[in-house]
Design a protein around this ligand. Structure first.
Ligand code: NAD
Length: 495
């Protein structure tokens, strides 16, 4: 029997934002906060110094079963709740988060390590999903028309799929959660959220916001099982669960798709990327360097959209490299709570070491380090790094780097650059810089779910986010985002 905690960890807007992180340390099941059934906790670490921030409750099998049961019990009334009512709850969540943006940012800085500017940018992006889907909740499409033979009316409606399991990664702990929670709730689904082990505090804070916004009991549940795999498999085996929305690595996504196959659970997958960035001959270098810097350094390079493979035309290569190096020299690396720092820590020393190994391997394979390349000091920091002389197909070129490392391949022939950009198992996003007509021609030939032309950032709650090939299935955001949580129903009515 699991006990519920007596005090809900409601945000205390008067307390310094950085101290709020430790308030959110319990599971949320059936409208109540509770420690895990066996009282166990895992440490949530501050990547800037490696010290524990707090111990977060470990969800037992029973906690996970209770969460699924609570979501199933809440489904009939939530799915029958008027769209306007669902919409207004989401709108209130947007209002609360807008007012408490510093709290959200500070929690992310503490447990994820990102810079203050990255955390504030994510807070804004994450918050907008609530406003966008508050607006979509009241615009769920349908159709009513006469069949070609004239014998019946074809009525098309959309119904909420049911209980949705939402699994999120650590790199955007707020936005990846709101990008799922907001459309799921707008569609009338009930949810069980399973955040990454590195960043549960952000997820728990978001649940607190939703509770304050008026989300009814059982509609949102939060569990953090350790280990994750068996608990997720168990939840996916539950009859009530009809949807999996996953954001994370391609490796884990593939395994989850296999598990979903057992019960034909509807799955949306936002997976890894290895984004090419092409600088065409004739590109405006000011624009290209600014865009390339953003595409690489946003979120310290820990982004599925991060530009990884830089293909730069020989005519611009040297100038591009020297300007990028200048731009990277101006980056200030250090803990995110110091708002002057523009590059924070990676999420863990393990991630930092992975990036360091990748750079060492690149050098062994012939690349030259033009800046950075050696981690120093305490914490999970890795310096901004630029490599030239990288070969297409080398280890750093085929691996999702997930850190502040720019790896430049020089090219002579545009056809070859397009072929190399497409030569990847991933297809999430690509970037092209060049004279507009030439850039658009290249953009339409790139096998990617998203292409940025002469800009370094594409993410927008109003735009469909998602990839081709092994970068995923489905789209988040835009009007497509809510359809991922709806089933199409056709009703035939005699004319
Ligand atoms: P990850 O795949 O290791 O973990 C993602 C989530 O899955 C976490 O909640 C984790 O606890 C859970 N998980 C891990 N093993 C599991 C298992 N066996 N069964 C069920 N769940 C399991 O990814 P990560 O390291 O947290 O995040 C980085 C990855 O996420 C990168 O590959 C990045 O490209 C990708 N990502 C993709 C998008 C996108 O929208 N396409 C956005 C952000 C991150």
């Amino acid at each position: 029997m699991t006990t519920t905690s007596t005090t809900a960890p409601t945000a205390a807007p008067d307390a310094p934002p950085a101290e709020q992180a430790g308030l959110f340390r319990d599971l949320y099941v059936d409208g109540a906060w509770r420690p895990g059934g066996d009282g166990g906790r895992f440490d949530v670490l501050d990547p800037a110094d490696g010290r524990p921030i707090t111990g977060f409750a470990i969800a037992t099998e029973q906690d996970c079963d209770d969460a699924v049961a609570a979501a199933a019990a809440a489904l009939p009334s939530w799915s029958a709740t008027a769209p306007r009512v669902r919409s207004e709850i989401l709108r209130r969540a947007w209002e609360i988060l807008t007012a408490e943006s510093d709290v959200l940012a500070a929690i992310m800085v503490r447990e994820n390590g990102k810079s203050w500017a990255d955390a504030k940018a994510e807070a804004g992006y994450a918050t907008e999903f609530f406003r966008w889907f508050a607006e979509e909740a009241v615009r769920i499409p349908g159709d009513w028309r006469l069949s070609p033979a004239g014998d019946k009316r074809i009525v098309v409606t959309h119904r909420p799929i049911g209980v949705a399991l939402l699994i999120t990664p650590w790199n955007f702990p707020a936005a990846m959660a709101t990008r799922k929670l907001a459309p799921a709730l707008a569609a009338g689904c009930t949810t069980v959220l399973k955040p990454a082990r590195e960043t549960p505090l952000t997820a728990a804070y978001l649940v607190d916001v939703l509770e304050r916004a008026g989300v009814p009991r059982g509609v949102v549940n939060l569990v953090t099982p350790v280990p994750t795999g068996p608990a997720v498999a168990r939840m996916l085996a539950a009859d009530a669960v009809r949807k999996l929305s996953f954001t994370g690595s391609t490796e884990v996504g593939r395994e989850l798709l296999k598990t979903c196959a057992d019960r034909v659970v509807n799955a949306s997958m936002e997976l890894g990327g290895n984004a090419p960035l092409i600088v065409l001959p004739g590109a405006d270098l000011d624009q290209a360097v600014e865009g390339a810097f953003l595409a690489k350094m946003r979120n310290g390079g820990s982004a599925c959209t991060s530009a990884n493979r830089f293909y730069v035309h020989a005519s611009l290569h040297d100038e591009f490299v020297s300007r990028m190096v200048e731009r990277l020299e101006a980056v200030r690396t250090g803990p995110g709570l110091d708002r002057e720092n523009t590059l924070g820590a990676l999420v863990s020393t393990g991630e930092r070491d992975k990036v360091a190994r990748l750079v060492d391997t690149a050098v062994e394979e012939g690349a030259e380090v033009r800046i950075g390349g050696t981690p120093s000091g305490e914490g999970a920091f890795y310096p901004p790094t630029l490599l030239t002389g990288v070969r297409h197909g080398s280890t750093v070129n085929v691996t999702e780097i997930f850190g502040p490392v720019t790896a430049v391949v020089e090219f002579d022939d545009v056809e070859q650059a397009v072929a190399q950009a497409n030569d990847s198992e991933y297809g999430l996003i690509a970037y092209v810089f060049g004279e507009e007509r030439a850039a658009m021609q290249v953009a339409t030939r790139l096998d990617a779910g998203m292409v940025a032309v002469n800009r370094g950032v594409v993410s927008d709650p109003a735009a469909p986010f998602g990839g081709t090939k092994q970068s995923g299935l489905g789209r988040e955001g835009a009007s497509e985002g809510i359809l991922e949580f709806l089933e199409t129903q056709y009703i035939a009515v005699s004319a």
